[in-house]
Design a protein around this ligand. Structure first.
Ligand code: 5AD
Length: 351
């Protein structure tokens, strides 16, 4: 069966049956071969290096009502917050002082706040830190707002497509949310010159291997610069809160498959994966991920950014304290690259 891994690596693609085997097989030797092949390719392109992104969860106010998500509008158990401009700048300052050169502003979908507050805040960050990359993750916004954010200095945008299959998308989202609009947003972002990220939850309720293969095909076709994948983890105040979590092992196999398809992609080892693995950030890196996103949200607000249960476990890095992560990486033979880590093909991304 290892020929499947070799074929995927050589052709940067594989047929549906092969993908199904790689995702479902009980053969641990096959899974090991998949992960080590993906890691070799990652080493060839990037070396044994990891890029850090400072995650700033700037607001949990959200107009949407996604059935899986803890910050959905209908969750009244949550205290809502929005960080001020000064608080956001303080997070950036802390991250910069830790040597992190990408700030990720993530928040609930709030078009008014995005247009009226964030455009100005992005501009301020751009002026204060001209050499930092600014990534946004703010959901679906009007093309005009995306354009203003880009103009203000944002470089990258993460918008998970959530499900390549429109029917699955509909089952995971409330009436009124439209799969086509999601896809259109991704194309708009790319057209505006954002490095664009997409992705999905692994093991979401109702999701089958067939759906995951559709997700892989969508990613393979779109060729995003970044790929965000984490397991579904139930959140108890949501309609899907009693479904089981997705599997870490399947998530790791997807990192490897997508690494072999898109060798230059920036793939984070996500927080949701680590929380299933009790804080293990390295498993994802060993499977071909090359980005880690430490949380720089102030401790007071972090608890309220409750996308899923267990997200704020004790293992999470705290602002100003990355030493354990640095040590873990060093012990495993990885170094942290100090550059912004922009997407580039054929370039070895040294600073
Ligand atoms: N489990 C895992 N990931 C989740 N997200 C939202 N809710 C959950 C959950 N229960 C992810 C979604 C979304 C991002 C903000 O967080 O994929 O895109």
């Amino acid at each position: 069966m290892k020929h499947l891994v070799e074929a995927l690596r050589r052709n940067r693609s594989l047929d549906d049956d092969g993908l199904r085997t790689l995702l479902e097989s009980d053969d641990t030797a096959l899974a090991d071969a998949l992960h080590s092949s993906a890691r070799e390719v990652t080493d060839e392109v990037f070396g044994r290096q990891v890029w850090l992104r400072a995650l700033i969860e700037w607001s949990n106010v959200c107009r949407n009502d996604c059935l899986y998500c803890g910050i959905r509008r209908s969750n009244h158990a949550l205290v809502r917050y929005t960080l001020s401009r000064d608080e956001i700048l303080a997070c950036c300052d802390a991250a910069w002082n830790q040597g992190i050169r990408t700030f990720v502003l993530q928040g609930g979908e709030n078009p008014l706040a995005a247009a009226e507050l964030l455009v100005g805040i992005v501009g301020a960050i751009r002026v204060c830190w001209p050499h930092a990359a600014i990534t946004l993750s703010l959901g679906e916004l009007p093309a005009e707002t995306y354009a203003r954010l880009r103009q203000a200095g944002a470089d990258r945008y993460l918008l998970r497509h959530e499900a390549a299959d429109p029917q699955l998308y509909t089952r995971l989202h409330p009436a009124g949310m439209d799969w086509q609009n999601r896809i259109d947003c991704l194309h708009t972002l790319r057209r505006l010159g954002f490095q664009t990220g997409m992705g999905m939850m692994v093991g979401a309720p109702f999701q089958t291997t067939r759906h995951l293969i559709q997700d892989i095909r969508l990613i393979e076709t779109f060729r995003p610069e970044m790929i965000g994948l984490g397991p579904f983890v139930p959140q108890h105040d949501t309609p899907l809160g009693s479904y089981p979590a997705g599997r870490a092992e399947t998530t790791l196999r997807l990192y490897s498959i997508l690494r072999l398809m898109l060798p230059h992609a920036l793939i984070p080892s996500t927080t949701a994966l680590s929380s299933l693995l009790h804080g293990n950030r390295l498993a994802g890196i060993r499977a071909g991920a090359n980005v880690i996103m430490p949380d720089f949200t102030p401790a007071r607000e972090r608890a309220a950014y409750a996308l899923y249960d267990g997200k704020n476990a004790a293992w999470m890095e705290t602002t100003g304290n990355l030493s354990r992560l640095r040590q873990e990486l060093a012990e495993a033979g990885y170094s942290i690259n100090p550059s912004r880590g922009d997407y580039a093909e054929s370039v070895f991304l040294l600073s």
